[in-house]
Design a binder for this molecule. Structure first.
Ligand code: HEM
Ligand code: HEM
Length: 189
């Protein structure tokens, strides 16, 4: 199934979710670091961090389903087989990280027996039994995954800049929210 009329671009919903989630994820990395480095009101930052993280998890699920149900545009013909593999692996890593991070955040608060407050009196149920040693491991995992996400984002951003400014193969047009028409109409799964 394909929800896009233009096979040179990702499905419209994928493109909208890409930019919305990019803004949310970068904001969340800054909120997380500001929280632990006491760069702002800790409790206020945490009260924003939890629901935003769960919103990212919901959007990630919608994005994964959309990505599986729609066809991604073909990669530029100039791209070698090893480069194509790197693209697939890096996309997979980004998806894995933005799904795992909020799940680990939720699991870690569950293991620490903390309330998982969304807003007002609305709390999420714990997804793990309370276990202090598990909390310690998951707390560390949350930090490591957050750093990995930041590194993966830097590599992704660098690759997109390189393709857009140096190779000029029009890769950015595949993800812009508006419709871009092109003669090439090959598609990859
Ligand atoms: C994609 C979503 C998320 C991102 C990018 C993210 C990012 C971060 C970062 C960068 C830190 C600071 C880590 C450090 O330097 O040690 C952090 C801490 C934390 N995050 Fe997340 N997080 C996400 C989702 C969540 C969720 C869903 C929850 C809970 C429902 C959560 C709860 C926490 C808590 C409790 C802390 C530690 C606060 C402390 O120890 O003082 N996070 N997060
Ligand atoms: C703000 C800077 C960003 C720019 C300029 C950018 C640009 C792009 C472009 C042009 C593509 C299409 C690549 C292709 O044709 O395969 C893409 C795909 C992708 N981007 Fe980004 N991106 C940015 C930030 C992010 C962030 C923060 C994330 C997540 C952490 C992310 C995750 C992805 C993923 C997973 C794909 C694969 C396509 C999909 O299934 O959604 N991007 N990005």
């Amino acid at each position: 199934m394909s929800t896009t009329k233009n096979p040179m671009q990702f499905a419209l919903l994928s493109r909208i979710l890409h930019w919305l989630m990019a803004a949310l994820l970068i904001t969340m990395l800054f909120i997380g670091v500001s929280m632990v480095a006491h760069l702002g009101d800790y409790h206020w930052l945490l009260s924003v961090h939890r629901p935003l993280g769960i919103l990212i998890l919901i959007l990630a699920a919608i994005r994964l389903i959309t990505r599986l149900l729609t066809k991604a545009p073909a990669l530029p013909p100039s791209m070698s087989q090893p480069e194509r593999l790197v693209v697939k692996l890096s996309e997979f890593a980004l998806y894995a990280l933005f799904i795992a991070l909020p799940l680990v955040g939720w699991a870690m608060l569950s293991a620490g027996h903390f309330p998982i407050v969304m807003f007002g009196t609305v709390n999420l149920p714990p997804i793990l039994p309370a276990k202090p040693e598990l909390y310690a491991t998951l707390r560390e995992t949350h930090t490591i995954l957050a750093y990995l996400l930041f590194l993966a984002f830097l590599a992704h951003f660098g690759a997109v800049l390189f393709h857009t400014l140096i190779l000029r193969d029009g890769i950015l047009s595949r993800m812009v929210p508006w419709t871009v028409r092109s003669a090439k109409s090959e598609s990859r799964s």
